[in-house]
Ligand binder design. Sequence first.
Ligand code: F6R
Length: 257
Amino acid sequence: MVGKPLSKPSSHLEVIVERDVFTLARTAADLVQAYMSTTGEPRLGLATGGSVADLYRNLVLRSRKGWLDFGGARIFLLDDYVGLGRSHPQRYANVVMTRLARHVDLDPHRLHAPDGDAGDLAEECSRYEDLVCRSEVGLQILGIGRNGHLAFNEPGSCLESRTRVVELAEVTRADNARYFPGPEDVPFLAITQGLATIRQAGHLVVLATGSSKARAVRAALQGPVTSDIPASAVQLHPRVTVLLDPSAAALTRFGPA
Ligand code: F6R
């Protein structure tokens, strides 16, 4: 049945298959709204990318209608590219500012991201790790890469990893090339929250849509917890909601028969 929690493979992981990406974005926005309206100073963790584009639009709409108040909120990004330059439109901090933050009256000082142009990247990683840990993110939105990455934790990432500089996998650079003038313009490096950092958030909400994600989704939810599929680390978290469209769910036991 579409739109209802279909099954709980364990007591803490809920999988919901929605009929299309718009319904999925609405359900994700419902979760964000419920979290923000019951929390004095919401600390929202956000991913960037295609999977969350409709969610951002939905949040902007709800904010315009007065259903959501970002006044007291803080937003923490999962990751950002290294070396793009502070004004580059594809720098994730700028993407979230343009697509979301500025439309919901979020104070720019309350949008936090790792600085991929910092002079000392190691120091920047430890600054951001400390900030995220101290801030105690309540709800974390996540996407999954085609290769099973989570944030920019590529296959091979330690399940206990913390914020650090990583090399992007070729498939990730190829997938993200659509946002750049050419494939050669996609950075090779990024700063990402680690898999252990991400698991500190109170509630993980994972969004995946489209058939290109189906294998990674199956491996992440039904396979062993392994560094080969970093998104499988969500199985270690006590509270996870996974939102899928039928194509992304197709190879799982939650997909259409
Ligand atoms: C980006 C991020 C990535 C994306 C993933 C899916 O902040 O953390 O893990 O969530 O690459 O990207 P899309 O949604 O573009 O398919």
